[in-house]
Design a protein around this ligand. Structure first.
Ligand code: HEC
Ligand code: HEC
Ligand code: HEC
Length: 90
């Protein structure tokens, strides 16, 4: 029984990491942003950010990113950052 549980957990981890890098660094002149897929998993569906059936790289720019990222954070509150230097880190 224990072995089965461990195997299932292992497979879940492997399939998760095969889909997307856990942490993605988004470059910005005023400080790079660290985007953590894991922190969003279970809270936000893939399709909130990736519109295509098979997620690929997102084309971000300042306006789109602020609308998408900060827009949702303002609604959700809690640990979701809205201050500039909470996302942009030097
Ligand atoms: C809250 C927004 C958001 C959600 C939700 C999200 N992603 Fe992403 N994803 C991003 C961002 C931002 C990038 C990096 C953009 C870039 O630089 O191209 C990215 C990149 C990716 C990439 C390509 C780049 C890489 O290094 O892995 C894949 C594949 C991916 N995501 C899959 C997924 C899957 C599968 C889910 C659902 C389990 C998901 N994403 C949920 C925002 C999101
Ligand atoms: C649809 C809603 C939604 C979108 C879109 C979204 N987020 Fe979040 N984000 C959240 C929520 C909810 C949390 C709080 C998670 C928690 O409670 O720990 C969060 C937490 C975070 C955190 C803090 C946790 C950590 O990773 O250290 C960062 C940084 C972050 N988001 C960056 C981004 C960026 C960058 C984007 C856009 C590419 C983005 N988010 C898009 C809902 C969203
Ligand atoms: C939720 C996270 C988040 C918050 C909060 C946030 N930003 Fe951003 N910002 C981003 C992302 C993601 C990008 C897109 C980077 C890219 O791919 O072009 C960006 C891009 C930018 C850029 C363009 C940088 C470049 O190199 O082109 C500027 C300037 C900027 N933000 C300023 C601010 C300021 C000022 C604030 C506070 C009022 C702020 N940001 C708050 C996530 C955030």
């Amino acid at each position: 029984m224990k072995r089965v549980t461990i195997l299932v957990l292992l497979l879940t981890c492997l399939s998760g990491s095969a889909l997307a890098a856990d942490v993605v660094t988004i470059k910005a002149s005023n400080g790079n942003i660290t985007f953590n897929h894991k922190a969003h998993q279970g809270r936000v569906p893939c399709t909130a950010c990736h519109k295509d059936a098979t997620p690929t790289r997102l084309q971000l720019n300042r306006d789109f990113a602020h609308h998408l990222c900060r827009g949702c954070h303002e609604i959700r509150g809690g640990n979701a950052p809205v201050k500039c230097d909470a996302c942009h880190r030097k």
